[in-house]
Write a protein that binds this ligand. Sequence first.
Ligand SMILES: NC(=O)c1ccc[n+]([C@@H]2O[C@H](COP(=O)([O-])OP(=O)(O)OC[C@H]3O[C@@H](n4cnc5c(N)ncnc54)[C@H](OP(=O)(O)O)[C@@H]3O)[C@@H](O)[C@H]2O)c1
Length: 333
Amino acid sequence: MAMRKTPRRTKKADKKSSLGKRIIAVVGATGAQGGGLVRAILNDKNGPFTARAITRKVDSDKAKALADAGAEVVAADLDDVKSLKQAFEGAHGVFCVTNFWEHFKPEKEISQARNMAQAAKDAGVKHVIWSTLEDTRKSIPLSDDRMPTLMGKYKVPHFDAKGEADSIFTELGVPTTFLVTSFYWENFIYFGMGPKKGADGKLAITLPMGNRKLPTIAAEDIGKTAYAIFERGEEMIGKTVGIAGGHLTGAQMAKSLSKALGQQVNYNAVPHATFRSLGFPGAEDLGNMFQFNTEFEQDCCDARNISETKSLNPELQTFDRWLAENKSKIPLG
Ligand SMILES: NC(=O)c1ccc[n+]([C@@H]2O[C@H](COP(=O)([O-])OP(=O)(O)OC[C@H]3O[C@@H](n4cnc5c(N)ncnc54)[C@H](OP(=O)(O)O)[C@@H]3O)[C@@H](O)[C@H]2O)c1
């Protein structure tokens, strides 16, 4: 399908519309979450939806691949509400996600969420999914010094900003499902969290989770589950849906990694403060996030029910199944 900088329909999109398909505009279509949703839409050839992939870079290889696979590719920038409104025009549904790790600025995430909510409202979108996380300050107020306050008014900036932005969708009256996501297993591939060789020459994953369970998921399953939420439609509006493919301890993940990789992977359960001081960009934010996950283990797992996720997405992967498919991509440092 041809790519364009405005959301005019191509012949193919018109054809789909004439077949009665409703458009789902997908923010982050070239990324993990949105990409999974675009693929879920395109894979369901007889399904009710067609995919409009939103990107800043319609000429990128990823955008071209989406167009080749049959998506309508439309340019928009989350910092430009006008471009979003144009990109959402005519869409039945919109998937909204922000990328904190591109800029590390919680206020920017909130402003981008506001832009998406306003654009969806102005475009008359019928169903929005907002990919969110907890505002951890509801559990750990800023006055609580068990973990440092970051950037002046956050405990876990990349969680808190998303959680704070929930109310923007509600207050603007946007028909929204709040999708609470989990730690991706892809972090072992792309986020520098894969097994690394220690001074003892043995591989280990380093997570400050003690013996507590972390809600985790295959990134592709986020998009597949979002697809099911759009399919269910009206009944999902106003709901908060937390999703996970596994509630796993560091030791369980290390055991699965050892089995899949055919070599011993240990679990290095460092203290939260040690993780915060590792020095890479975002280490403090992630150290606080893991502390939140550790201290509120039950709440975090209860908020992300695996069997409910599976009832939405029957193809939901386990960590072992994900490893069988993805183990060769894991860099072993
Ligand atoms: N890693 C985890 O374990 C995890 C778990 C839960 C939640 N999250 C959250 O997931 C979010 C990132 O989602 P992801 O992993 O799907 O992202 P990703 O794979 O890194 O891709 C980022 C996507 O966001 C789009 N994007 C970024 N800024 C944009 C802008 N200004 N205008 C338009 N599009 C923009 C990019 O599009 P173009 O570059 O094509 O324009 C790209 O499609 C983060 O906020 C993170 O906190 C991550």
